[in-house]
Design a binder for this molecule. Structure first.
Ligand code: ANZ
Ligand code: ZN
Length: 794
């Protein structure tokens, strides 16, 4: 019999939709489980196999929860606004709105083909006016709550994308999208005050169950430093410096200012070499922070004719300007301590400044003595929202000469993005909307006078910072984010969120910030989770192809459609989950795909020939050892799914199937296979258990066998997850003999199959064995599996 995966998969995808298997009752669900995965942005190439890896892993978890009787909500949508889509549209010369329609079709078709339990009825696109109406509404609330403000500042500017980039979008000094070197530009921009939440964003990390690497990335990004502000006297003025090491102050031999320091611009001091200083400042003006922090040779100019006084010892020290001091951090000025600080040492060596040898002093005391104050600093900067682009939600603000900046009236939302012919970039640093009078000419929302609309659009990361609310708003028109409290509070926070670690500091931080703000405004009650939107987050690993990173230039990008067409979505899903631990990622190998395909083929053949009950004159239970192995397997697969060790679960299912098929059991401890009985068989119940365990991984195939072969009327995916009998599931134990220098020193009860490493750790920590080994050098360990361990010491 042939495994007609195409026919099976199409059939069930259609039936699931008709039967609304994956549409929870959003209003009345008793046990809501919000299973969220990061929605994709539509790229030129269509869905990447890496997306499918992530989505499958998330879907398995969702399917498992559904079978554990949860009302699972697993929505999907497209993050289709933003630079990425816009750049692609520009490149191929199609209007972004047109391109969005094309990508949408393609992406949704692909997303259907992978067989996830998506709640299709709630799908959304961020460029839908019904969606961005609320993105704009959020902007207005930010403004009304004092969290959105305008500031003229040097921003990261990508000369190729002709737009401002957030710090997070600059990777090694280059644009995250196009890799062009980023320069600095002065522009007036909208910012969100995420820094107001720095402390909470940091402290809450200890309260949430997230992948540790993501927490670490966020901690570093927030970058809390404890230190002090110390004032250095210069003539009649003071310059403040921020230092994390006030105890080094006696070694401070120089004061260094950032080139942007305001004191340099106001020209109060009589600087002898002011021309030289000005030239230096001009020279470094366009350097990015990244460049300035690079470990290159230090540059700088001394301000001749002025000196600063070290408040600790009254010494006169020179003042320099150098670009290794950044303007946006601390006070934009430092005391250089070449004796203790690496960068200061390089600087001092380059310019032959004194490096003095001074002792450290009590920290706290010196601050008191010289009148400094303790200060906590954060690396985190405010979130730059403005984008001088076309393909995004217009920022819903109006400028009136009389009333200054006003939000548009909420009734006027959405402010639609006009279908502008020329969406190309202007090159002037303004959005294409700025050349469209019919768009920007308007009346002031407050006084009715002549006014001008903001023509910048908002950052894509604003679109994606709240989308998990929006999914719940789709079906019921009453359920808007405005009256969230009343409607869908029971679904939030999100129970499980899965996505890429590359979003550690962008999307995940912004989403947390917005959720906290929503909570503070009383929009939603997140107090149970301290304002956190995602209770649990797991980062998935990345896929490589035969040892190499996948890239278009290498021509080794995997086209998932090919595998789905030829081997089926179930094969691709199982293979992707089998190749490595989900959170680690791994290597895609064609050969191994075939292995999984053959495995599924065997299952279908076995079930369709109904071999499993051909000995139906036998008593109605499978033979004991097989039954025992079943229960051990239920336990193992369950535990593995819970910790996302899908590869381990699949490998166990493969072993289990072989046991069933060849009528043998493997001793899990020794890997020894023994025949169980001549007339072995499986009954319908255990056949069903096997299918249920396999269902999250191969949803189509198991549904087919469950309904068409076992004759069930309803979906396997609504069945309850198999439970195990703890007595039967217990793996065998034995007494491990512990020897030291071949003499019996104790025994310990351990499970069969224990590895040498596990055995060593376990036995060495036994109190009596510890005594024998303490202070001794273990020369060798002899380990006889399932029998003894022998520590040889001198
Ligand atoms: C004297 C000193 C001595 C320092 C020493 C460090 C070690 P973090 O931990 O990153 O907060 N610093 C302060 N403001 C700066 C700026 N705007 N640009 C560049 N560097 C700046 O680092 C704080 C330390 O970085 C501060 O403490 C200051 O140097 C420097 F043995 O002061 B320290
Ligand atoms: Zn006005």
């Amino acid at each position: 019999m042939k495994y007609d995966h195409a026919q099976i998969e199409k059939k069930w995808q259609k039936r699931w939709k008709e039967e609304r298997i994956y549409e929870p009752d959003l209003e009345n669900a008793k046990t809501p489980f919000y299973n969220l995965m990061m929605f994709p942005y539509p790229s030129a190439e269509g869905l990447h196999v890496g997306n499918i890896f992530a989505f499958t892993g998330s879907d398995i978890y969702g399917r498992y929860q559904r079978m554990k009787s949860k009302d699972v909500f697993e929505p999907i949508g497209l993050d289709g606004f933003g630079i990425h889509s816009e750049n692609y549209a520009l490149k191929i010369g199609i209007h972004p709105a047109e391109q969005a329609r094309i990508s949408e079709k393609r992406f949704y078709k692909q997303l259907e083909s992978i067989g996830n339990g998506f709640a299709w009825e709630e799908k959304l696109e961020t460029y839908d006016p019904e969606y961005y109406k609320w993105t704009q509404w959020i902007f207005i609330q930010m403004f009304k709550n004092g969290l959105a403000y305008r500031k003229k500042s040097a921003v990261n500017w990508c000369p190729s994308c002709q737009t401002v980039l957030a710090d997070e979008q600059v990777i090694n000094g280059r644009c995250e999208r196009c890799s062009t070197e980023v320069i600095k530009k002065e522009l007036e921009q909208w910012f969100f005050k995420i820094t107001d939440y720095a402390e909470r964003l940091l402290n809450n990390l200890d309260k949430i169950d997230w992948s540790e690497k993501v927490k670490i990335a966020q901690r570093n990004w927030i970058g809390r430093s404890e230190g002090a502000i110390i004032r250095f006297k210069i003539k009649e003025e003071f310059i403040e410096v921020f230092t994390t090491k006030p105890d080094t102050i006696f070694g401070a031999t120089c004061l260094v200012l950032a080139p942007e320091h305001t004191i340099l611009a106001n020209g109060k001091w009589q600087i002898v070499n002011s021309k030289e200083v000005e030239d230096y400042i001009k020279k470094v003006e366009f350097k990015t922070e990244q460049e300035r922090q690079e470990n290159k040779e230090k540059t700088g100019v001394e301000l001749k004719g002025v000196k600063a006084i070290n408040p600790a010892n009254g010494e006169e020290i020179p003042i320099w300007v150098s670009d290794y001091v950044l303007s946006g951090y601390g006070t934009g000025a430092i005391m250089a301590v070449p004796q203790y600080d690496e960068r200061d040492r390089e600087f001092a060596e380059k310019f032959n400044l004194p490096i003095v040898d001074r002792l450290l002093v009590d920290k706290d005391e010196i601050i008191k003595k010289i009148g400094g104050e303790k200060k906590v600093n954060y690396k985190l900067r405010d979130w730059l929202i403005s984008r001088q682009r076309y393909w995004g939600p217009p920022i819903p603000m109006i400028f009136c000469e009389k009333c200054e900046w006003q939000p548009v009236s909420e009734e006027d939302l959405p402010i639609r993005l006009p279908a502008i012919e020329n969406f190309h970039l202007t090159g002037t640093g303004q959005s294409p909307l700025a050349s469209m009078e019919s768009f920007y000419k308007t009346k002031c929302s407050k006084c009715g006078g002549k006014a001008r609309r903001e023509t910048d659009v908002s950052d894509t990361f604003l679109d994606s910072a709240w989308y998990y609310f929006a999914y719940l708003m789709r079906r019921n028109p009453q359920s808007t984010i405005r009256n969230y409290q009343l409607i869908f509070n029971n679904w939030l926070p999100v129970d499980m969120y899965i996505g890429g670690a590359e979003h550690s500091v962008l999307h995940l931080l912004y989403s947390r910030f917005l959720a906290m703000a929503f909570h503070d405004w009383g929009l939603i009650d997140f107090s149970a989770s301290s304002g956190e939107p995602f209770t649990k987050f797991r980062a998935h690993g990345l896929l490589i192809k035969e040892g190499a990173k996948m890239s278009k230039s290498k021509g080794n990008v995997i086209n998932p459609d090919f595998y789905i067409e030829n081997f089926g979505a179930d094969t691709l899903r199982m293979y992707l989950m089998f190749l490595a631990p989900f959170e680690q990622g791994g290597d895609f190998r064609d050969q191994a795909v075939m292995g999984v395909y053959r495995f599924l083929n065997k299952i279908i053949k076995y079930f369709e020939s109904r071999e499993y009950f051909k000995k139906n004159n036998e008593p109605s239970e499978p033979y004991g050892p097989l039954k025992q192995f079943f229960h051990q397997s239920i336990k193992k697969v369950t535990k593995d799914i819970e910790i996302l060790k899908y590869n381990m679960a699949i490998s166990r299912l493969m072993i289990l199937f072989n046991m069933i098929k060849i009528g043998s059991v493997m001793d899990p401890a020794t890997a020894e296979i023994r025949p169980i009985k001549e007339n072995w068989y499986l009954d319908d119940e255990y056949a069903g258990v096997f299918l249920k365990l396999l269902a999250p991984f191969a949803p189509h195939l198991t549904e087919e066998l469950w309904r068409e072969v076992l004759g069930n009327k309803t979906s396997i995916h609504k069945e309850s997850w198999p439970t195990w009998d703890e007595k039967l599931a217990q793996e065998e134990e034995f007494e491990l003999v512990i020897q030291v220098n071949s003499k019996l020193r104790g025994t310990i009860l351990v499970k069969k199959g224990i590895s040498q490493k596990e055995a060593e750790e376990l036995t060495a920590s036994q109190p009596n064995i510890k005594t024998w080994l303490s202070g001794q050098e273990v020369k060798k360990v002899i380990f006889v599996p399932d029998r003894l361990i022998n520590f040889l010491i001198k």
